[in-house]
Design a protein around this ligand. Structure first.
Ligand code: ADP
Ligand code: ADP
Length: 232
């Protein structure tokens, strides 16, 4: 059973036309998909639909066997800008989603050590051991992006949504982070939706690539990348 199912999904923000047009696709559990296309083709809209932040104008989206009717808690997100809170240490930034979703202060205190250990483990996987107590501004752009991906993964989301996460980085750092992300994905077994305009990035990382046409909302082609990649 797929994790995410799009059935003839269209979305029009206004009368100017569809931002997403008649998209039908499945995202398997553990799959890494990339959505590639020029600016304005509907990538962000696709993300909003996947996360339940927007409802389709027509068609249906099913996640975990249930029709999506509102925002989903199973997703973690990271964006082009790392958006780390400048007054919090790296560790505290990574732990933030747990503090937000934990409604009981006492439960948070009780599990604090466990949460902290989890954050430290993730930071170690992405090569940020030793930077737990640094402030975000003390980190390079690439390191900040690593931390923001840890933050997106801290509550063990089934679906990791990445919106141009490496676009602001230099080419060398970007390729380093590709490898980091692949290692993380192979180790932690989550499902990834990556939105990018970088075809090389999509080809390096994804199992399946959806290429969007310049005309908003249309999938031009869907390609499985058949380079076998061993899963951990
Ligand atoms: P991308 O992320 O690929 O740049 P978007 O999903 O942001 O594309 O946009 C797809 C289309 O929908 C574009 O034509 C854009 O102008 C339009 N659009 C995006 N957001 C809105 C909105 N909130 N209201 C109206 N139109 C929008
Ligand atoms: P939402 O209401 O789903 O949160 P927003 O209205 O905040 O979406 O817009 C999300 C993105 O789409 C922003 O980057 C915004 O600049 C862009 N956007 C908003 N309205 C339009 C529009 N009419 N045409 C193109 N892009 C738009």
């Amino acid at each position: 059973k797929p994790l995410v199912e799009f059935r003839n999904v269209s979305l029009a923000y206004d009368e100017t036309g569809n931002a997403i047009e008649d998209i039908t696709l499945n995202i398997r559990r553990g799959e890494f998909i990339a959505f590639v296309g020029p600016s304005g083709c509907g990538k962000s809209t696709f993300m909003k639909l996947c996360t339940g932040l927007r409802q389709p104008t027509s068609g249906g989206i099913v996640v975990n066997g249930k029709e999506v009717t509102g925002p989903l808690s199973i997703t973690g997100m990271a964006f082009q800008n790392s958006n780390l809170l400048p007054w919090r240490s790296v560790l505290k930034n990574v732990m933030l989603p747990l503090e937000i979703v934990e409604p009981h202060r006492s439960r948070l205190r009780k599990h604090y050590q466990e949460y902290e250990d989890k954050a430290r483990r993730l930071l170690a996987i992405v090569g940020l051991e030793g930077y737990e107590h640094s402030a975000p501004y003390e980190l390079s752009g690439g390191m900040q992006q690593r931390a923001s991906i840890c933050r997106a993964l801290i509550h063990e989301p089934e679906l990791l949504m990445l919106d141009e996460p490496f676009a602001a980085l230099d080419a060398f750092t970007r390729e380093e982070l590709w490898c980091m992300l692949r290692d993380l994905w192979q180790e932690q077994q989550f499902t990834v939706v990556l939105v990018t305009h970088d075809l090389r990035e999509a080809a390096f990382l994804a199992d399946t690539i959806y290429v969007m046409s310049k005309r908003p909302g249309r999938v031009l082609e869907a390609r499985s990348v058949d380079i076998p990649r061993p899963r951990a």
